[in-house]
Ligand binder design. Structure first.
Ligand SMILES: [Zn+2]
Length: 261
């Protein structure tokens, strides 16, 4: 396994444009501190629209100028490019791009960009978060011990039982991704819901501080919609289901929430 790392200096982001546009992508995964999605885009290319990097199917958009670090990992014929995005106020996002293996020329150009400086080990590419106040931290610890009564836990169990496709849209400031998933398997560990599906994902139940239920119109169709908020009162993702039938079932889940939550 070989690693090559580079920090992206301010003002150098335009140099990344030809590199990103040349990538032939096998799959993309995105993770934040409160949620993450695997295989959100497969067999895609990146398009650059002003300062936005967009997959050709539109499932992922991120701000080119938010990229702070790049790492290329090669192992036998497998090749993965990892991007870390960061601004001062916003939680980090990690974008992992698996490349098609026939891209020797591609890898060569990435290495040229990274100045061919090998690193001894992989960077700790875990998304980091901002510090929260003591009361919110305490609340999170409590939820990590027991999230089985949380309204979103019940909502996810219901979606699993009803085999209901969920349209999830992550709304972090510099990165935005959307995916449609049908839950095949649902597990909870330390306050995190791990969802097995063709596009697996996780949602950190313990970091949720607010849920808002509403109706939305998307592409001319009506959806029941849940907006999920973090402790900074920022919407972090939405969960949408087509139609209005689920609305009252979700309302029951939210109204019967335990006072401690
Ligand atoms: Zn607090």
């Amino acid at each position: 396994m070989s690693y090559y790392n580079t920090l992206i200096d301010k003002g150098n982001h335009s140099l990344l444009t030809p590199l990103l546009e040349s990538l032939s992508i096998r799959s993309i995964s995105m993770s934040w501190v409160d949620c993450g999605f695997q295989h959100i885009a497969e067999n895609q290319q990146f398009l650059l629209l002003e300062d936005n990097v967009i997959t050709s199917n539109g499932s992922l958009i991120f701000d080119l100028n938010s990229i702070s670090e790049l790492q290329l990992t090669t192992h036998h014929d497998q090749c993965c490019l990892t991007l870390r995005t960061l601004t001062l106020r916003i939680d980090q996002a990690i974008c992992q791009i698996k490349l098609h293996t026939h891209q020797e020329a591609n890898v060569e150009s990435i290495l040229n960009y990274l100045k061919k400086e090998p690193a001894t080990e992989a960077l700790d590419f875990q998304p980091a978060s901002r510090p929260t106040c003591p009361c919110c931290t305490e609340r999170e610890i409590r939820l990590r011990k027991s999230c089985h009564n949380h309204p979103l836990t019940r909502i996810l169990h219901m979606a699993h039982e009803l085999e209901q496709p969920l349209h999830i849209e992550a709304l972090h400031q510099n990165t935005n991704c959307s995916t449609e998933v049908c839950i095949q398997q649902l597990e909870f560990d330390n306050g995190i819901a791990w969802i097995n599906a063709p596009q697996p994902f996780y949602l950190d139940i313990a970091s949720i501080h607010g849920i808002q239920l509403s109706y939305r119109v998307l592409d001319g169709s009506h959806y029941s919609s849940l907006s999920i908020y973090n402790s900074f009162a920022e919407a972090i993702y939405t969960i949408n289901v087509k139609g209005k039938v689920i609305y009252s079932l979700w309302q029951d889940c939210l109204e019967s929430r335990h006072p401690a939550l």
